[in-house]
Design a binder for this molecule. Structure first.
Ligand SMILES: [Mg+2]
Length: 278
């Protein structure tokens, strides 16, 4: 059964968690059962709780569930969703809409045209090459010719680097987000919310629910009717709030499970007529 709700959910540190992001805490025997959400180079690298994975299957069935990620298409393709998996996905921070795994060419073209409004990618890449230092930059990356990011040694990152870069980028119509070991520079017109609005229009959904943890999710959460974020991550550290936003009680992978549970409850409440016991 499908309702008129689009559920747009960020992946990393919202739905799936690397070992470093799990924040299990407590005693080993109290840790939740977990399953592998992603394999890279033959190694399991992302996880969700077993309960979260199970509820996700229900959520995909009950809504138009749209994984909404800054990951490139290739990075997205590694995530193992419960079968049959979501029909739609938004990758590359809104740069691509995937329908049954295939990018929508019209959307990709329209997005590229919008990027003429801000400084070109090459200018930002050159700037990062000039200001990045091998002492703390592990890799320079360009994602799908749309945006760029650094993989850094977070502990060695100069204290003012992100603030200085944020200011430099803002003057050029770009935005900066620090997530785990990655410093993203993304053109401001490249947003998750625009791509999700396009999917909502295509499927005729009247309502959008969203979840995310980073600054690149802020526009997605702002534009949603109902929003959730975990009690960790960039938005949490910034104390980000909105009237329609709920913050999870728990952090780490348990917070991820809580997000899936809350999204599923919200979708089911939407589907049930008011006052019904269903
Ligand atoms: Mg995230």
């Amino acid at each position: 059964m499908s309702t008129g709700v689009v559920v747009a959910c960020d992946l990393d540190r919202t739905l799936i968690y690397s070992a470093a992001a799990l924040r299990l805490g407590g005693e080993d025997e109290d840790a939740p059962a977990m399953t592998v959400a992603e394999v890279f180079d033959g190694e399991p690298i992302s996880f969700w709780t077993r309960d979260a994975e199970q509820m996700l299957g229900d959520l995909v069935e009950a809504s138009t569930f749209v994984p909404t990620t800054t990951r490139t298409r290739k990075q997205y393709a590694r995530v193992r969703f419960p079968e049959p998996g979501p029909r739609y996905a938004v990758t590359s921070n809104g740069g691509h809409i995937l329908v049954d795994g295939e990018p929508c060419a019209d959307w990709s073209r329209a997005v590229r045209e919008r990027l003429d409004e801000c400084a070109p990618l090459t200018e930002v890449v050159d700037h990062l090459a000039a200001v990045g230092d091998d002492a703390w930059v592990r890799k320079h990356r360009v994602a799908e010719d749309l945006f760029t990011y650094l993989v850094v040694h977070r502990d060695a990152l100069p204290p003012s680097f992100v603030d200085d870069l944020t200011q430099w980028c803002a003057e050029r119509g770009w935005t900066v987000s620090l997530q785990g070991r990655k410093v993203y520079c993304v053109p401001m017109p490249l947003t998750k919310s625009a791509a999700v609005a396009e999917v909502a229009q295509r499927v005729g959904a009247g309502r959008t629910f969203a979840a995310g943890d980073s600054l690149l999710d802020a526009d997605l959460l702002e534009h949603a009717d109902v929003a959730f974020r975990p009690a960790h991550g960039e938005l949490h550290e910034a104390g980000w709030q909105a009237p329609h936003l709920t913050v999870t009680r728990r952090a780490g992978v348990a917070g991820g499970e809580e997000i899936v549970a809350r999204l599923l409850a919200a979708v089911r409440a939407e589907a049930a007529p008011e006052g019904s016991a269903a």
